[in-house]
Design a binder for this molecule. Structure first.
Ligand SMILES: CC(C)(COP(=O)(O)OP(=O)(O)OC[C@H]1O[C@@H](n2cnc3c(N)ncnc32)[C@H](O)[C@@H]1OP(=O)(O)O)[C@@H](O)C(=O)NCCC(=O)NCCS
Length: 182
């Protein structure tokens, strides 16, 4: 399968896939399909291809159909721009078990690494989401905390596991060795 960087022209297909995801994997996401359906087209464009590069999204297609996606959010703030956040990891049920999520995650991690200034890739995953946690752990992510009562889903209150992956990069610019253990 091929992973591509999504472009503005993919925004409508991305929106359709994510509205499906919020509906069919409601426990996995913080947003609801109802609230996201109200977002303007511009919101979806900025989610996948922010004009200043603050987001980037990846997709897998079967024929012309977008069947899997993951996105990255970057920070413009000087104190946090060394961190990236993984959001919106979803593969259609019919396309699962073929390595799409792994390929999408590898593309996202690779994009973070190629920027050169990202030292930490972060994500949140609902506690008990065995497939997703196994995926992230297999890629080197480790849990650094569990947030109780993180989201109220159709299944009740759920905790979120916070995970991160350290990336090699330039040493801490402060130069005091504070990142030597990473
Ligand atoms: C989690 C999800 C993205 C996995 O997608 P996928 O394309 O089927 O995953 P892959 O085929 O690339 O599998 C990669 C790894 O994920 C893990 N994995 C995937 N499905 C799994 C399952 N049913 N049980 C346990 N581990 C599983 C395994 O570690 C697997 O590696 P392996 O095949 O070498 O064992 C998909 O199930 C999904 O979209 N779920 C609903 C939405 C969701 O939970 N998103 C995550 C939000 S944080």
């Amino acid at each position: 399968m091929t992973v591509v960087v999504l472009a503005v022209a993919d925004a409508a297909r991305y929106k359709a896939l994510m509205l499906h995801a919020y509906e069919h994997a409601a426990d996995a996401f913080t947003s609801t399909a109802q609230e996201r359906a109200l977002e303007a087209d511009e919101w979806w464009v900025r989610r996948i291809a922010h004009p200043e590069g603050m987001t980037v999204a990846f997709g897998c297609f079967e024929a012309d159909r977008l069947v899997g996606t993951v996105a990255l959010e970057f920070s413009a703030k000087p104190k946090t721009r060394h961190k990236a956040l993984i959001v919106g990891m979803y593969v259609l049920a019919s396309a699962r078990g073929k390595g799409l999520a792994r390929a999408l995650m590898q593309a996202a991690i690779g994009a973070c690494a190629s920027r050169g200034d990202i030292r930490a890739v972060q994500l949140e995953v609902t506690e008990g989401n065995v497939p997703a946690i196994a995926l992230y752990e297999s890629l080197g992510f480790t849990a650094y905390g569990v947030e109780p009562l993180a989201v109220l889903t159709p299944g009740g209150f759920r905790s979120k596991v916070h995970m991160w992956l350290a990336l090699p990069g330039p040493p801490c610019p402060v130069g005091n060795g504070c990142d030597a253990a990473l």
